[in-house]
Structure formats: structure tokens, C-alpha cells
Design a protein. Structure first.
Length: 530
């Protein structure tokens, strides 16, 4: 009988151990195997085709095919064998749909990504929108002590951004765009201006650095460079050159009422005008609107003209309530639908559970005295029938059944106590979502004279978020979202990627930046004096 020598036994055991460790390491990787990643990519594409409520008007305006754009990243995802690379490509796959609402986020037990608290360099850029064929970024503000960080090189408001970290701005822009969530071109540029100076887990690892080297151009064509560190945003004291808020922004106006949802200003130079600086459609909107109406009624202001400034507004809900107070005319509200897919029964079950627990949140709003039963009636009848029939979409109903039941024509009337004067609304691409709905209602129903630029152009009924899991290893990866319903404007068009135009288009740019709001207000005054 042949005997195996001890050193051969040791060698065999070492080889076996190495193979075992290598196999376990591969199986334990959060990025899974190539087979895992390929099957997960196929799952994302399959479910996107099935669930995605694509906007034909957006696809036409931007000349793109969402699924086709996603498919471009197939091999990159299959080859992404580390956490950062896989998270980066999942961001690009999601953003290829060009939908501002849809995000990718870390999940417990999933990819380990750099979730460092956002940091920012002490400079702010704005977009020059004046030439529709050639937008660019310029310096909008900077830290009051920026010379301490920039070796005494002092930027100026309006200096154009020409390059970043050794790349031209155009090169850097092209690399950054796949990581930006946007639904319109103006919204894309707004987001680039905001995101280009910060870093967080949504920022591509390959573009991260300890400092940011900026090449800037003076208005006389002179180029110069500054290098800035990343800092805690809360620690930056801005110079405040731009008139960003309240009395600084609205020349001649003084604060009258300070509320959570908005502030109200008046001017001794422009009597019988209330200027409302709107922050967003927040949860206390109803209470704040009622407070304003009580004040206006007591002080005989209900016949005042209104300037409603939504250029810095965020989204939210309950805009119809504000419209019923702000304007004297009836209006048609937005409608919405659901894309019928594999998750529609799960969506109905989720809403049913919330309804039974009295947690319907925005679906049942106080001004209609509805507890969510309108929504549940629709889900249990029309939507359930659409599932049985194999329909692609449900029928269109008043948005989320929040203000009206399913059979309504969508017409909503002003409250008995409302403003009755003329109204001007100021819009811009800073925000969207419910702001876009508000803008579309105002524009499509001709409720006010509108000035500025269109809102961000993103709105849907609902999104669906789920934790992606590798089909083979069953391990979690990230949270991923789908847009599962259209918002329908009062004019019948899909709102996503199709913001309402304004009556008087006035783009912001570096030449009018410091007095942009003076220009908007002048247009409002001219309208009131007609």
C-alpha cells in the first residue's frame, strides 16, 4: 500500500483550503457573482418594462428611449465586482429613465457604499438660462471668508465656470449627468449647479477628491484657478450677495406674516398687494392658509392683488386647498392613473392596510372631509377591474382621489372666503412635483398671469420602491424605485417631463442675476396696472 507523504497532505489541504476560502469569499461578496448581476439586470429591465409609467411627451421632447438607455449599462453592471462600482452603475441605470422622483439608496445588508454626510465646497453656482442653445454655470455666491481657502484669489459674482479638476466643464458635465436625477433639461441644469459642489453617496467615486480645483473666467475673458476644500455645509457663512430671501429679495417690501408654509409681505409703495413667498406644500398648509384668510378678512384685504412666488418652492400636497383660497374662479384639478402590473395587487393591499389603520396621510385631506374612502372605492372597483381585464392603465380620476370622488368631472370651486383681486404667479425650475401640479392648474385654467420660467417638470401619482435581491444568492442589494402612474394636467396632457409654460418667459442669467426679482416684480406691477 502506497503511503502519502506528510508534506503532500499539507499541500493538498492548503490548496483545498484556498479554494474553499475563495469560494466562500465569492459567495459572501455583497456584489454577488456575474450570474447574480446579470440576472438582476434582467430583472430590472423586465420590471421596468412592466411597471414603468413612461411619459411619451417627455420621451419625444428629449428624444430618448428609457429602456434603450438602461440597456447601455448591461455589461458594466455584469462586470461591477465591487460595492462602489455596482452602486455607481445602478445609479446610472435608474437615472437613464430621466425621472426626478426615482432614486437608488443603500439598504441594510446590501452594498456597502460611502454614505459620508454631504460635504460642500464654499462656493455656489447658478445657471445662465438666457441662451436656450448654450446654458452655462456662473458664480452665484461664495463664503464670506473664501479668501482663506483660495490663497487670496477672490471670485466674483457672474464668473463663468470653465473647468473642474483638470477637465473642461463640458467634459465634467458629461461625466456627471448620468448620476443626476432629472425630468427636464432646465431641471437637469439646476441639479448640476446644486450637485457639482457637493459630495455624498450619490456622487460617483471616480470623481471624488479631497479638494476641488475650479477654473473660472472673468467677464473680460481672463481665466484663473482656485482650489477649495470640502466643508460641513452648516459651517459655511455665505456672503449673501444674491438677494436670496424675503426683504433682501423683494425691494420695498416688509414682512407682514411669518408662517411655516409661506411668508407674506406688503409694501407702502405698492398698496393693495400681498406678496406670498411660498416654501412648499407642507403638512400645515391648511392651517396656514386659514390663518392668512382670517387676517386678510379682519383687515379688509380680500380684494388685494396677489403676487405668489413659487420660484423657491418645494413639492408636497394639498395645493388645491390653497388655490381655492387664492383665486376667485372655479378650476379643473389634475387627474391621475395607475400602470397595471405585477405590483398593483400589492399596492392595493398596502393602501388597504393603511386605510384600515387610519393612516391614509395625503390621500384623505381635511378640506374634503374624506377619510380615504374615495381612493379605496376606486382601488376596489375600477382598478381591480382593470387588473382582471389585463388593461395597461387604469382609468383617469381626480388626483389620488384626495379632493373629489372617482366619478367627478374634476371641477373645484373657491371657498366662500377667498381673494378676489388679480393674481401673478412667479415660477422657476428650482422645484417640481406638487409645485408642477399647482403650476399646471394655474396655467391651464388661466387663474393668474404667470412670469419667470416653467417649474421642474416632474410629477406622477405614485412610486413603487422595493429592495432588490440577487436572484441566485438571495442577498439584498439596494432600494430601487419605479414610477407607476401618470399625473394628467387639466389640459389633458401628461405632466411628467411636460411642465406648464408661463405667460411671460424671463430666464435667469448672470446679467440679470442680482436684480432678477426686481424684473419679475416689475412685470407683476405692470400687469396690475393694465
Amino acid at each position: 500500500m502506497n503511503k502519502i507523504k506528510p508534506y503532500k497532505i499539507i499541500t493538498v489541504l492548503m490548496v483545498f483550503s484556498t479554494v474553499l476560502i475563495s469560494t466562500c469569499s465569492t459567495n459572501d461578496k455583497r456584489t454577488g457573482t456575474r450570474e447574480d448581476r446579470e440576472q438582476l439586470f434582467n430583472y430590472i429591465i423586465e420590471k421596468t418594462k412592466l411597471r414603468g409609467a413612461f411619459s411619451p411627451v417627455k420621451m419625444e421632447l428629449m428624444n430618448f428611449d428609457p429602456v434603450g438607455e438602461m440597456m447601455k449599462y448591461r455589461m458594466e453592471m455584469i462586470s461591477a465586482d465591487n460595492d462602489d462600482a455596482l452602486f455607481d452603475v445602478l445609479l446610472k441605470i435608474s437615472n437613464a429613465r430621466r425621472d426626478r422622483h426615482l432614486s437608488v439608496s443603500p439598504v441594510e445588508g446590501g452594498l456597502d457604499v460611502d454614505d459620508t454626510t454631504s460635504q460642500a465646497v464654499p462656493i455656489i453656482f447658478r445657471v445662465d438660462y438666457t441662451n436656450p442653445d448654450k446654458f452655462f454655470l456662473f458664480v452665484g455666491d461664495y463664503a464670506s471668508n473664501i479668501s482663506e481657502y483660495s490663497d487670496n484669489v477672490q471670485p466674483k459674482i457672474g464668473d463663468r465656470l470653465a473647468g473642474i479638476n483638470g477637465m473642461t466643464f463640458e467634459e465634467y458635465f458629461d461625466r456627471l449627468v448620468p448620476y443626476i436625477r432629472y425630468s427636464s433639461i432646465k431641471g437637469l441644469w439646476k441639479s448640476v449647479a446644486e450637485d457639482i459642489t457637493v459630495r455624498n453617496y450619490n456622487f460617483p467615486l471616480a470623481m471624488k477628491s479631497d479638494k476641488m480645483k475650479l477654473e473660472l473666467e472673468r467677464d473680460n475673458g481672463e481665466l484663473y484657478s482656485i482650489t477649495l476644500p470640502y466643508l460641513d455645509p452648516d459651517a459655511i457663512s455665505w456672503s449673501g450677495t444674491f438677494k436670496t430671501h424675503g426683504e433682501n429679495r423683494y425691494s420695498g417690501f416688509k414682512l407682514l406674516i411669518d408662517l411655516e408654509t409661506f411668508d407674506v409681505y406688503t409694501s407702502p409703495e405698492h398698496k393693495n398687494i400681498l406678496l406670498i413667498d411660498w416654501y412648499g406644500f407642507r403638512e400645515n398648509l391648511v392651517e396656514d392658509m386659514d390663518s392668512l384668510m382670517d387676517y386678510a378678512s379682519e383687515n379688509k384685504m380680500l380684494n388685494y392683488n396677489i403676487i405668489w412666488d413659487g420660484t423657491r418652492s418645494r413639492g408636497g400636497s394639498k395645493g388645491a386647498y390653497a388655490i381655492r383660497r387664492l383665486f376667485p374662479e372655479p378650476f379643473k384639478t389634475t387627474f391621475g392613473n395607475l400602470k397595471i402590473s405585477d405590483i398593483t395587487p400589492l399596492f392595493i393591499a398596502e393602501k388597504t392596510e393603511a386605510y384600515e389603520k387610519h393612516q391614509m396621510l395625503d390621500e384623505g385631506v381635511s378640506e374634503t372631509e374624506d377619510d380615504g374612502s374615495w381612493l379605496m372605492d376606486w382601488l376596489r372597483t375600477d382598478v381591480t377591474e382593470a387588473i382582471k381585464n389585463g388593461d395597461e392603465y387604469s382609468n383617469n380620476v381626480p388626483f389620488k382621489l384626495a379632493h373629489l370622488p372617482k366619478n367627478s368631472d374634476g371641477i373645484i370651486y373657491p371657498f366662500e372666503k377667498h381673494f378676489s383681486g388679480k393674481a401673478v404667479c412667479l415660477f422657476g425650475p428650482f422645484g417640481g412635483s406638487h409645485l408642477d401640479q399647482f403650476a399646471s392648474i394655474v396655467v391651464d385654467n388661466h387663474l393668474a398671469y404667470t412670469v419667470g420660467m416653467p417649474a421642474g417638470g416632474y410629477s406622477n401619482t405614485w412610486e413603487w420602491e422595493e429592495t432588490l435581491v440577487f436572484p441566485v444568492s438571495k442577498k439584498p442589494v439596494v432600494k430601487f424605485m419605479w414610477d407607476i402612474g401618470h399625473t394628467i394636467r387639466p389640459d389633458g396632457g401628461i405632466l411628467e417631463g411636460n411642465p406648464a409654460n408661463v405667460d411671460n418667459y424671463i430666464p435667469e442669467g448672470r446679467d440679470n442675476y442680482l436684480h432678477y426679482y426686481d424684473i419679475l416684480l416689475k412685470e407683476a406691477f405692470n400687469y396690475f396696472n393694465r
